[in-house]
Design a protein around this ligand. Structure first.
Ligand code: ZN
Length: 256
């Protein structure tokens, strides 16, 4: 397994470019033999990854694999995994790799992933990234592109303080930029919105620190493989969605 990955990484590294903007790319993403787009959204908590992943689901039928949402489902269903991860998440710590990887692999096995996947909040560590590449390789699939959501810590802290979530369907709102129609109630089901435990200011600082230490090294890992493209995540939701819609055709495999 490891040898296989190392060879793959070296090959791409030799061919690879170091540019990360879409405009100065000389090689398209869709010349990889991926049948459906498998995208990774990489960015700190609060950078808007989840919202954009949800849009890709609505507009392009990609399945959103959000480890945060999957963990929260396990917690509210009281599964064995849920019991294990509850305290870890409440403290803003990383869930051990084996638990996270196992859960993602289970989700990937479901047939709806055939239209493509957007990974939101995964991988978070180099080991998770390698495990993902190995699993996809086995299924003759590959990561099409990695979108890096770039935004400052100050903007994140500001954003997360007004973020709310529907505890029933996980829909995310922002009281300032994406407010629900009625007070603090979910537009879809009317449930009273809540502030996520891990969005509380005392936890956010720690989550950002964990992100910088554990996940930021993945930016270089994917840049070296020429998979990375940056998006300015400080902009409004609509602007980013428009940008993503423009990029999508580049991520869809074209046999010609
Ligand atoms: Zn709801």
């Amino acid at each position: 397994m490891e040898q296989n990955i190392a060879r793959q990484v070296t090959r791409v590294f030799v061919e690879g470019q170091t540019s990360t903007t879409m405009a100065n790319r000389t090689r398209p993403f869709n010349n990889r033999t991926c049948e459906a787009p498998y995208l990774i959204f990489l960015g700190p908590p609060g950078s808007g990854k989840g919202t954009q992943a949800e849009k890709l689901h609505q507009n392009f039928r990609l399945v959103q694999i959000s480890t945060g949402n999957l963990f929260r489902e396990h917690i509210s269903n009281g599964t064995e995994l849920g019991v294990k991860v509850k305290d870890i998440l409440a403290k803003g710590e990383l869930v051990p790799d084996d638990l996270t990887i196992g859960m993602v692999v289970d989700r990937l096995a479901k047939p709806d992933t055939i239209m493509g996947v957007v990974f939101d909040g995964f991988p978070r560590t180099l080991d998770q990234a390698l495990a993902l590449q190995y699993r996809l390789d086995e299924k003759r699939k590959c990561i099409t592109a990695v979108i890096q959501f770039k935004i400052s810590d100050e903007q994140i802290i500001e954003r997360l303080s007004s973020r709310r979530m529907c505890p029933k369907d996980n829909t995310i709102y922002n009281l300032k930029s994406n407010a629900p129609k009625h007070d603090e109630q979910c537009d879809l089901c009317g449930t009273l919105l809540v502030m996520r435990n891990d969005d509380k200011p005392e936890v956010v600082g720690h989550r950002l620190q964990v992100y910088r230490q554990q996940t930021e090294p993945l930016i270089e890992f994917y840049r070296e493989q020429d998979m990375l493209v940056e998006i300015d995540a400080s902009r409004g939701i609509e602007e980013i969605t428009t940008q993503m819609d423009e990029w999508m055709p580049m991520f869809i495999y074209d046999a010609n």
